[in-house]
Design a protein around this ligand. Structure first.
Ligand SMILES: [Fe+2]
Ligand SMILES: [Fe+2]
Length: 139
C-alpha cells in the first residue's frame, strides 16, 4: 500500500508542507523495499533508507518545535509531547532493528501505524500550528 500525498492535509506554512511531502515520498520508497524484501529479494539499500527517514523525522519535528518556541506558541507542550510520543515508539523500533537485524516490527509500524498518525497529527496539530506561524509572519 502507498501513501497518497493528497491524503496528507495541506498546511499553511511552506517549509512544513514541503517536509511532509518529502516524508511521504520516503515512506513510499520504503514500502516498495519492504514488498521486495517480502518477495525474498535482497535490498541492501534498505538500512540507509531507514536511517535517512529517522534523521528526516527528527529534523522535521525539531524544526517545528524551534519555530513554536521562537514565536511563543502557547500549545507548544502539547505539540511537543505528540512528537515525543511518536519518536519514542519509532526510536525503540529502530534500536531493536539495529540490534537484531529483524525489520518486521519496524516495517509494520511504518506501514500500519505511521500513515494514520501522520494524517491525524498533520490535520490537527500541524494544521493549527502552521496557521499560527503564517499569521505571526504576516503571511
Ligand atoms: Fe509536521
Ligand atoms: Fe508536528
Amino acid at each position: 500500500m502507498k501513501l497518497n500525498p493528497s491524503d496528507i492535509p495541506e498546511v499553511a506554512m511552506p517549509f512544513m508542507q514541503q517536509t511532509h511531502l518529502e516524508e511521504v515520498a520516503m515512506l513510499n520508497e520504503l514500502y516498495t523495499l519492504f514488498d521486495r524484501l517480502g518477495e525474498g529479494e535482497d535490498v541492501p539499500q534498505l538500512a540507509g533508507k531507514l536511517e535517512a527517514l529517522a534523521e528526516h523525522t527528527h529534523a522535521h519535528f525539531a524544526r517545528e518545535e524551534e519555530k513554536m518556541l521562537e514565536l511563543d506558541f502557547p500549545p507548544y507542550p502539547m505539540h511537543k509531547q505528540a512528537h515525543d510520543e511518536y519518536l519514542a515508539g519509532f526510536d525503540a523500533l529502530l534500536d531493536a532493528w539495529r540490534a537484531s537485524g529483524d525489520v518486521a516490527p519496524l516495517a509494520d509500524f511504518l506501514q500500519h501505524s505511521t500513515p494514520d498518525w501522520m494524517q491525524q497529527h498533520i490535520g490537527c496539530m500541524d494544521f493549527v500550528t502552521a496557521r499560527f506561524f503564517a499569521m505571526s509572519e504576516g503571511g
